[in-house]
Design a protein around this ligand. Structure first.
Ligand SMILES: C[S@@+](CC[C@H](N)C(=O)[O-])C[C@H]1O[C@@H](n2cnc3c(N)ncnc32)[C@H](O)[C@@H]1O
Length: 282
């Protein structure tokens, strides 16, 4: 079977099931380990039986089990860098790139250097590792923590792959943290359990529920962090959160209860998504 025939067949299978067809091209490039510019000139070439079998196995897994692309190939991209993902970690989301962008922008525009950052609930380590990479000209010390040993294993692998030195700590929120930080950044679990029934199987079956859901209508982690963070922030230290698009008011209420000034920023879709918090006393 030629590449063009395999692609046409895969696209038609995907189309019949109402699935995104672009996945067909990506998966074949992945199996052949080729970049788009090389791939496009070779449509007439024959594929080996091994590749054809693997290819249609992946296409079928996607169709039958709604398995997302990141889980079919075992990695995803964040800030244009490759990160290993498994069912132990949340697959990177676009909104989180905007959170990292805000932190980087804040550090750059305030000429901060020689600072310590804590990435709470690090998952695959994307926030911690990307901050180190994007600020590689500065002296930034990054600690990353998570309650899940499996997630920390993936995060450590990702840090090794990107050759970044990060201190990883297994911790239930602040339980095993004994330092002060200039910036605490976190994308904690924030989906209310009530919302579960609206979610699709590509998320519910592949992203760990430990990474998705939070008690108190999704606000548990924000409350816990805001009630305790002063003990882990330096003077003038800041907190950056990713929040659910409908959590602005609830977060503002929590911020005021705990003596924080809060700024909420919208993502590129115009949804309230990032919170910056500064303690009024600290
Ligand atoms: C929404 S995911 C975020 C992962 C990653 N930072 C990202 O942005 O893709 C939340 C993470 O919080 C971790 N987590 C859940 N409960 C926790 C707790 N009590 N203490 C620390 N981490 C926790 C989960 O294991 C998961 O990795």
């Amino acid at each position: 079977m030629r590449r063009e025939q395999a692609l046409a067949k895969a696209c038609s299978l995907l189309r019949e099931q109402g699935k995104e067809e672009s996945i067909a091209r990506f998966l074949l490039m992945y199996l052949l380990d080729e970049k788009p510019n090389k791939f496009i000139n070779k449509y007439k070439e024959d594929l080996t039986k091994e590749i054809i079998d693997k290819y249609f196995l992946l296409i079928n897994e996607h169709i039958k089990y709604n398995k997302p692309l990141s889980h079919l190939v075992g990695f995803d991209y964040f800030y244009d860098r490759k990160f290993k993902v498994t069912t132990a970690v949340l697959s990177p989301r676009m909104e989180t790139e905007e959170l990292v962008y805000k932190v980087v922008d804040y550090i750059r525009s305030n000429n901060l250097n020689n600072i310590k950052i804590l990435d709470l609930c690090t998952g695959s380590g994307i926030i911690a590792i990307t901050l180190k990479k994007e600020l590689s000209d500065l002296n930034i010390n990054v600690t990353a923590s998570d309650i899940s040993d499996e997630a920390l294993h993936i995060a450590k692998n990702n840090a090794l792959y990107h050759k970044e030195n990060i201190q990883f700590i297994r911790s239930n929120i602040f339980e095993n943290i004994y330092d002060n930080f200039d910036i605490i950044v976190s994308n904690p679990p924030y989906i209310s359990y009530d919302y579960k029934e609206n979610m699709t199987s590509d998320v519910l079956d592949y992203d760990p529920h430990l990474a998705l859901f939070a008690e108190e209508d999704g606000m548990y982690f924000y409350r816990e962090i805001l009630e305790n963070a002063v003990d882990y922030l330096t003077n003038n230290g800041l907190i950056f959160f990713e929040i659910g698009y409908d959590q602005k008011e609830k977060l503002e209420k929590l911020a005021h209860l705990n003596n924080y000034d809060v700024n909420i920023y919208k993502d590129i879709n115009g949804r309230d998504r990032i919170a910056k918090l500064k303690n009024k006393i600290n």
